[in-house]
Design a protein around this ligand. Structure first.
Ligand code: GAR
Length: 197
């Protein structure tokens, strides 16, 4: 029985595409839902084109009522009954109450070498700090933001003259290699971190 994977996105969904494309052949998992908090997210159209069921729960009508938004999100997830949830560029902060429902089954990709640069503007902060390298991390989601056991990391050099945009363009292809590698291992029940390159 293949493991059921739901992928949560907010934008273009390039990591979602990399994950979905990896789940073929003898892969132990299959995508069962792509879910977005933004009905206009470009990734939803890409998922539909790949034949993956999609749903959107717009966070805006919920205003500051995070609990109600998360209840609606959770209802969509429960319908899809995923074994594993991959946050892939999902840009809403989730509360501990929501996370506890899926803890141990939810992964996130973050564009920094955690524990450095939790939160936003990671590449700008790495350049500003004069770091020699940057990268991305896949970790298990726990109640603390961008925390939780690290399941994989990929590193790239920061070059002289890098801007947040040029650095992001170097990190993103590594995200597309790292996340599928971690998901495959995780779906096989192996939490040994994947270290790239
Ligand atoms: C990716 O770089 C991902 O690491 C980042 O958003 C981008 C989404 O791109 N995630 C975060 O910043 C999470 N805090 P994508 O929609 O093309 O996958």
């Amino acid at each position: 029985m293949s493991r059921r994977v739901a992928i949560l996105i907010s934008g273009g969904g390039s990591n979602m595409v990399a994950l979905a494309e990896s789940m073929t052949g003898d892969h132990p998992a299959r995508p069962v839902l792509v879910l977005s908090n933004d009905p206009a997210a470009g990734g939803l159209e890409k998922a539909r084109a790949m034949g993956i069921p999609t749903a959107a729960v717009d966070h805006k009508p919920f205003g500051r009522d995070r609990a109600a938004f998360e209840a609606a999100l959770n209802a969509e997830l429960e319908k899809a009954a995923p074994d594993i949830i991959c946050l892939a560029g999902f840009m809403r902060i989730l509360t501990p109450g929501f996370i506890s429902k899926w803890q141990g089954r939810m992964l996130n990709i973050h564009p920094s070498l955690l524990p450095r640069y939790k939160g936003l503007n990671t590449h700008a902060r790495a350049i500003e700090a004069g770091d020699a390298e940057a990268g991305c991390t896949v970790h298990e989601v726990t109640a603390e933001l961008d925390d939780g056991p690290i399941l994989g990391q990929a590193r790239v050099p920061i070059e002289p003259g890098d801007t947040p945009e040029t650095l992001a363009a170097r990190v993103l292809p590594m995200e597309h290699r790292l996340y599928p590698a971690v998901l495959r291992r995780f779906a096989e029940g192996d939490r040994t971190p994947v270290m790239l390159p």
